[in-house]
Design a binder for this molecule. Structure first.
Ligand SMILES: [Zn+2]
Length: 444
């Protein structure tokens, strides 16, 4: 079948734009509206799907599988929910879905409604071309990823495990590639750091704001925030990161290859990091090589003239494979004590575990080939993401899951959860071609 790609572009942009207009901001999520939207499109093309609600309004959609073999080859996964917006900071409405100068605007344009429509279009193109995707592939759009997946993939795994069983999964990837002189690097997310969200509670002596108070808990908290942000965890090279650094070393243009490989050497690492002059790349490398502990929330006091008796701060810790969460917490405890912080206690909030998938699978090799199909300068490099996605639930069950990002420009990374999120139509269509090429191979 020859495909009229300009017609596909028009159709896909229209669908994406309408999808972005559905407000699935989590909380509260309201994902059922998004699921119904996709259900209607699939139904028109005679693809059957079901919507499963974990809570009223918290729906996830999964297409029916009519394979002869009981387990589908692949699940094409994305999440329906999006993170909140600060509307006043947006140049165009976050739920407008407007197409402006070759870009479609809206919360979810990058993370990850565009992925959902790339996957959907590939699925529909296969169907229209006479192939039967429902024999090999399941299309799934799930709730609650942005809040940890409790009411989405996690709930589905518990209540309808057979619906999410497959040989492989393709999901969102937060690894934005790099364009270098030699090649366009695409990062395939094969692993994710674990996270540990901690809350540090402080108590002190409450009192009037007009009186000096040497047991003011706000001061202890401020010291703690400062001390935590000064922690530099030692470099640890774990296997997916070793592959990642070695994969990009010959391509990057920041420094000679052998100098760049110094990232893997604990003695040279800090110097190399300092010499990477691209801030986004430097940040990505630091996150890949070390545990991180980033203070994000502080809560204290209600009135200017009252010294509170208690307050807390929260810290987002991301942990490399092979380290127990307790070790990192212990380190934080030691640092706070050394800094003279008093009367504090630490609570854990949430722990998605480290997860990883092998790179020596059939699907990984096909992913490489499909990237080469859409971009002759493509080079695919395995990547460990500092953040967790729903892929981890599949990896826990032994199902290899890969996170794909078709945008080979690291600048787009800033749009994820940021203001003015938008997707370039060129990249979006490239993504449809990628998914069409990849899934077609599974259907013939
Ligand atoms: Zn996402």
């Amino acid at each position: 079948m020859t495909i009229d790609w300009s017609a596909v572009e028009k159709e896909a942009v229209n669908i994406l734009s309408r999808y972005l207009q559905i407000n699935t901001m989590n909380p509260p999520g309201n994902e059922t509206e998004g699921a119904k939207f996709l259900h209607k499109i699939l139904k028109k093309e005679k693809v059957e799907s079901d919507i499963y609600e974990s809570q009223p309004g918290r729906g996830s959609l999964i297409t029916k599988h009519f394979g002869k073999k009981s387990i589908p080859e692949l699940i094409l996964l994305h999440h329906l929910d999006v993170v909140p917006v600060e509307e006043k900071n947006w140049e165009h409405g976050p739920f407008s879905g407007e197409l402006i100068d070759g870009e479609v605007w809206g919360r979810g344009a990058v993370d990850c409604k565009s992925l959902g429509i790339m996957e959907l279009m590939a699925f529909l193109l296969l169907k229209r071309g006479g192939l039967n995707p429902e024999k090999h592939i399941v299309y799934a759009a799930t709730a609650d990823e942005e809040a940890g997946g409790q009411w989405g993939v996690s709930w589905l795994m518990e209540n309808h495990p057979e619906k999410l069983n497959a040989k492989h999964v393709i999901n969102e990837g937060v690894g934005f590639g790099l364009k270098t002189e030699k090649s366009n690097l695409y990062l395939c997310q094969v692993a994710e750091k674990g996270s540990c969200w901690i809350r540090i509670n402080f108590t002190g002596r409450p009192g009037h704001g007009s009186l000096p108070n040497d047991e003011n808990c706000v001061i202890d908290m401020a010291k703690a925030v400062q001390a935590i942000s000064n922690i530099s965890f030692p470099v640890q090279v774990v296997s997916p990161v070793d592959d990642f650094v070695k994969g990009i070393a010959p391509e990057q243009g920041y420094m000679p290859e052998d100098v760049f490989l110094g990232l893997l050497d604990k003695d040279r690492n800090s110097d190399v990091l300092r010499n990477i002059n691209d801030k986004a790349v430097r940040q990505m490398m630091m996150a890949a090589l070390k545990h991180t502990a980033i203070p994000t929330v502080t809560r204290s006091g209600a009135r200017t003239n009252v010294v509170p008796g208690e307050c807390y701060c929260e810290v987002d810790c991301r942990i490399l494979p092979g380290t127990a969460v307790e070790e990192v917490i212990q380190k934080i405890e030691q640092v706070l004590t050394a800094e003279g912080c008093r009367n504090f206690s630490i609570d854990f909030k949430q722990i998605p575990q480290v997860s990883s998938s092998p790179v020596d699978t059939f699907l990984y090799r096909e992913i490489e080939k499909s990237f080469n199909q859409i971009d002759s300068k493509a080079k695919v490099v395995p990547f460990m993401s500092p953040g967790a996605t729903d892929s981890r639930f599949f990896r826990e069950k032994g199902i290899p899951a890969y996170g794909i990002q078709v945008e080979s420009s690291i600048e787009s990374a800033e749009l994820v959860h940021g203001h003015n999120e938008r997707v370039n139509v060129g990249s979006f269509v490239k993504g449809i071609k990628f998914f069409y090429d990849l899934t077609r191979k599974l259907c013939v």
